[in-house]
Design a protein. Structure first.
Length: 161
């Protein structure tokens, strides 16, 4: 048996003014669009912004449904829209922001497991790491590549001939 350690490297920011200009713009777009989330059941608004290599920014919000599994996370809404609108553009970065008017979000919000797996898929398509900027009123964290969030991801290796 071998015991191994996985480390996660990330940057931590107190607020958006500390981010680079491109990252700040992306993060603030995610924050702004979170106001449009459809979250009548959880009161947990999430906005996401995806920056493409061509400079375009595609937005998404969480979309809840009374049949809970029928809803979709903001990150996947934005990622799927980006790939639909610009199927040949590389995805450079994903920003996500969450808040609630009914309770305090006292930690930085990160993508769920399903969203992490979708980001991993788009990293394979783009053939480059996708940075992930995550935030709430508690602060901001940035990673370089989804491996920092999902080190044992499921990949297409062995599925394609």
């Amino acid at each position: 048996m071998k015991k191994r350690i996985i480390e996660c490297e990330f940057e931590e920011y107190e607020n958006a003014t500390e981010l680079s200009e491109l990252d700040r713009i992306l993060f603030l777009e995610a924050k702004k669009i979170s106001l449009n989330a459809y979250a009548p059941y959880s009161s947990f608004n999430v906005g996401s912004a995806v920056r493409l290599a061509n400079g375009k920014v595609i937005l998404g919000t969480n979309q809840e449904n009374i049949a809970y599994p029928s809803g979709l996370c903001a990150e996947r809404v934005a990622l799927f829209s980006a790939h639909t609108l610009f199927p040949h553009e590389k995805i450079e970065s994903v920003a996500v922001y969450a808040f609630s008017e009914k309770f305090v979000v006292n930690e930085v919000v990160s993508p769920c497991g399903a969203c992490r797996q979708v980001i991993a898929e788009y990293e394979e398509i783009s053939k480059q790491p996708i940075s992930v900027i995550m935030g709430s009123e508690a602060g901001i964290i940035k990673t370089y590549g989804v491996n920092q969030l999902l080190p044992f991801r499921f990949s297409s290796v062995g599925l394609k001939s």
